[in-house]
Write a protein that binds this ligand. Structure first.
Ligand code: NAP
Length: 254
């Protein structure tokens, strides 16, 4: 469906909004939630990809750039019935020491992961409360829990995004909204390709020699979270490949 198509789905069907649904974890989550009976509204900048997936799963694809106020406003228009929000749009750019930090990369990471999550969440809180049983899932990272060499742009943005999410857990206490932070370790998606500006060899090397998580592994966990009864709040879930013990240590680093 095109970005101009009004929100579809029957009056009884629950609605899930997934940001960054054009690839990786977001696309797998959209498929997972649709399989669990949700009408999924998929947002990303690559509208051809979200439209294609929306058609496949019977959802609604909409153009969304979480860094752009006008795009967010247009995306949110008419989204009055929303039960689940998955804040997934995000990623990393570069892997540089602070002394050589690229300010544009930092701005990209903060705008996408932090301000993007803020814009969408703020816009949907009224609808999530009104649903009577809302759920906000935010995909942070183990980078929201640790520091690692050359990663400060991403780790600082993910820490900030996580704190935004964790603060809401307090602020929404007493309202019918659950909040779950999902903090994955290594997941093989386009993440490293984006981080290394399309350098496929460098991106592939990240996952060589160990067995990373797949986007579907993470999506299944999100599906489990969404299928808990309203009184059960899974606050924080950290999932890593068996081959990875922390952001800094895996079977390759020893
Ligand atoms: P991915 O395949 O690169 O997916 C990133 C998604 O974010 C894409 O759908 C992309 O869509 C969307 N996105 C990026 N900028 C956007 C913007 N300005 N507006 C709207 N959407 C935007 O990577 P992924 O691994 O699935 O990443 C999903 C989330 O998981 C991210 O928040 C990432 O930080 C987090 N995470 C990933 C890993 C990992 O190892 N892969 C680990 C921990 C956490 P468009 O380009 O079409 O806009």
């Amino acid at each position: 469906m095109s970005s101009s198509t009004a929100q579809a789905g029957s009056a009884e069907q629950k609605v899930a909004v997934v940001t960054g649904a054009s690839s990786g974890i977001g696309a797998a989550t959209a498929r997972q939630l649709a399989a669990q009976g949700y009408h999924v509204v998929l947002g990303a900048r690559r509208t051809d990809l979200v439209d294609e997936l929306a058609t496949e799963i019977g959802g609604t694809g909409r153009q969304l750039d979480v860094t752009d106020e006008a795009s967010v406003d247009a995306f949110l228009e008419g989204l009055d019935r929303v039960h689940v929000l998955v804040n997934n749009a995000g990623g990393a750019k570069g892997l540089d020491p602070v002394a050589e930090a690229d300010l544009d990369d930092w701005r990209w990471m903060w705008e996408t992961n932090v301000m993007g999550t803020l814009r969408i969440t703020k816009g949907l809180i009224p609808a999530l409360i009104a649903s009577g049983d809302g759920l906000i899932v935010t995909i942070t990272s183990i980078a929201a829990m640790e520091a690692y060499d050359n990663g400060a742009g991403y780790t600082s943005a993910k820490h900030a995004q996580a704190l935004l999410h964790r603060t809401l857990r307090f602020e929404l206490l007493g309202k019918p909204v659950r909040l779950t932070e999902i903090a994955p370790g290594m997941v093989e998606t386009d993440f490293s390709l984006v981080r290394f500006e399309g350098d496929k060899e460098r991106a592939d090397a990240v996952y060589q020699g160990l067995d990373p998580l797949s986007a579907e592994d993470v999506a299944e966990v999100i599906g489990f979270v969404a299928s808990r009864p309203p009184h059960v709040n899974l606050d924080q879930i950290v999932l890593k490949p068996r081959d990875q013990a922390s952001a800094r240590r895996n079977i390759k680093t020893g």
